[in-house]
Design a protein around this ligand. Structure first.
Ligand code: FAD
Length: 441
């Protein structure tokens, strides 16, 4: 007889958890409220929709998020399989055609014999084994039910999305194709002279935002800070951040421009491009006015404007263990950004850990600890570390991984060795899992 798990939320984490459980021959009912009820950031009815950038960030093994992706590939991640199949050019990053990416995942989940997808909004915590993966924009009634369950206030921060422009509206006479340091031609680059940059900066810092308040008293995730907030830190801040010209030589002048805005391909057909690092809370009219000052974007058509939203997450260090399981009610697991992991890849990775360990729980097996020597395990240990007092969302990074027992000065070499250690641990876990998959109830 198969056992059954309810998953609430068909985002990146919910889909990964469903996939892992289905492989263990466990029946899953996955509830997704879209398209009947949308969040303020989602636009489609696809499962695992990417709400902002189409980039899953670095794909290099010496980078922590690159290593995390490799760990996930090794664990048969559905998100990584779809990302690899739907890749679009983006230098050393893994960017995807967002529709191709989400539709592949939707089809894989909807056609799996062990998964039933129900397009309904859930407003209570169901009986029996449950994984809550309702994301940073969880609907009001489920948020209330979760708050009653955990008897804690939510934590929150603000997260913003960047605009997307139509390729045919760009002035390619002003834009050049290049990846940084001559590594290909994957990005469109809009070069700015000193005067153009200073005019742009001045208009940006004085432009109107959606709510006429500053973000000083609000919590903005440092890795996703709105461009106008970053600009207000100083006239050169953007030139050392998203508009840095380093490694980008303009073929028309043979020189590095004063500043560069980069555009990244957003779909397989290369009809849409997003403005890298331009997550914003400016009013739509202001986005059109100010961003059209960027050379090459004067006549640009905005397919989507940037938006900013309040993200909520639970105080996981007080509530969860390293398996994403609720300490006080072990039939309940959480997964995704609601646990305080931050980012698409991190959210999906937590779905893998929660899904596998829900399976272990149902099969009366000891849980699988991915250990802080892997990135996937280090994130799980970080969010459940009850010594953390001021809990904040966490991206994949080498700072949370247990260091090697020896000192290696060269950072790249050190990271590569951390990667080798991690992937060999994941291989061991995989062999353990293969034996466990065959265990029937
Ligand atoms: C505005 C914004 C911009 C962002 N930009 C980026 C970015 O550029 N890069 C990045 O890496 N990360 C970004 N993030 C973070 C990103 O959303 C998450 O990393 C990721 O989508 C989280 O995955 P998840 O599965 O936890 O949640 P989601 O992908 O949001 O999935 C949750 C799902 O649950 C469904 N749901 C919610 N409540 C209910 C309910 N009661 N009943 C049924 N279904 C429900 C939702 O419809 C949704 O499909 C951004 C987030 C926001 C809000």
């Amino acid at each position: 007889m198969k056992r059954h798990v309810t998953i609430i939320g068909g985002g990146l984490a919910g889909c990964e958890a469903a996939w892992q459980l289905a492989k263990m021959n466990i029946e899953v009912t996955l509830y997704e409220m879209r398209p009947k009820k949308q969040t303020p950031a989602h636009r489609t009815s696809f499962l695992a929709e990417l709400v902002c950038s189409n980039s899953l960030r670095s794909d290099r093994l010496e980078n922590a998020v690159g290593l995390l992706k490799e760990e996930m590939r090794s664990l048969d991640s559905l998100v990584m399989k779809s990302a690899d199949l739907n890749r679009v050019p983006a230098g050393g990053a893994l960017a995807v055609d967002r529709i191709g990416f989400s539709s592949y995942i939707t089809k894989s989940i909807e056609t799996h014999r062990n998964i039933q997808v129900i397009r309904e909004h859930v407003d209570h915590i169901p009986e029996g084994p449950v994984i809550i993966a309702t994301g940073p924009l969880s609907s009001g009634s489920i948020s209330k039910a979760i708050s009653e369950l955990i008897k804690e206030d939510y934590l929150y921060f603000y997260d913003a999305a960047a605009p997307i422009v139509d390729f045919v509206s760009l002035d390619m006479n002003k834009i050049f194709k290049a990846s940084r340091y001559g590594r290909g031609e994957d990005y469109l680059n809009c070069p700015m002279s000193e005067r153009e940059y200073k005019n742009f900066w001045y208009e940006l810092i004085n432009a109107e935002t959606v709510e006429l308040k500053t973000f000083e008293d609000q919590k903005v995730f440092e890795g996703c800070i709105p461009i106008e907030v970053m600009a207000k830190r100083g006239i050169d801040t953007l030139r050392y951040g998203p508009l840095k010209p380093v490694g980008l030589e303009d073929p028309r002048t043979g020189e590095e421009p004063y500043a560069v805005v980069q555009l990244r391909q957003d779909d397989r057909q290369a009809t849409m491009y997003n403005l890298v690092g331009f997550q914003t809370n400016l009013k739509f009219g202001e986005q059109k006015r100010v961003f059209s000052m960027i050379p090459g974007l004067e006549g640009s058509e905005f397919i989507r404007y940037g938006v900013m939203h309040r993200n909520t997450f639970i105080n996981s260090p007080k509530l969860l263990n390293q398996y994403y399981q609720l300490e006080k009610d072990p039939r309940i697991f959480f997964a995704g950004q609601i646990t305080g992991v931050e980012g698409y890849v991190e959210s999906a990775s937590s779905g893998i850990v929660a899904g596998i360990n829900m399976g272990m729980y149902l099969k009366d097996q000891s849980p699988i600890d991915f250990t802080p020597m892997t990135v996937i395990g280090a994130l799980a240990h970080y969010i459940s570390d009850n010594s953390i007092k001021n809990f904040q969302p966490m991206n994949a990074n080498f700072g949370i991984i247990v260091p090697l027992g020896r000192s290696i000065k060269n950072r790249q070499q050190r990271n590569m060795q951390l990667g080798e250690r991690s992937l060999s641990l994941i291989d061991n876990i995989k062999s353990q899992l293969e034996v466990l998959y065959s265990i029937e109830f």
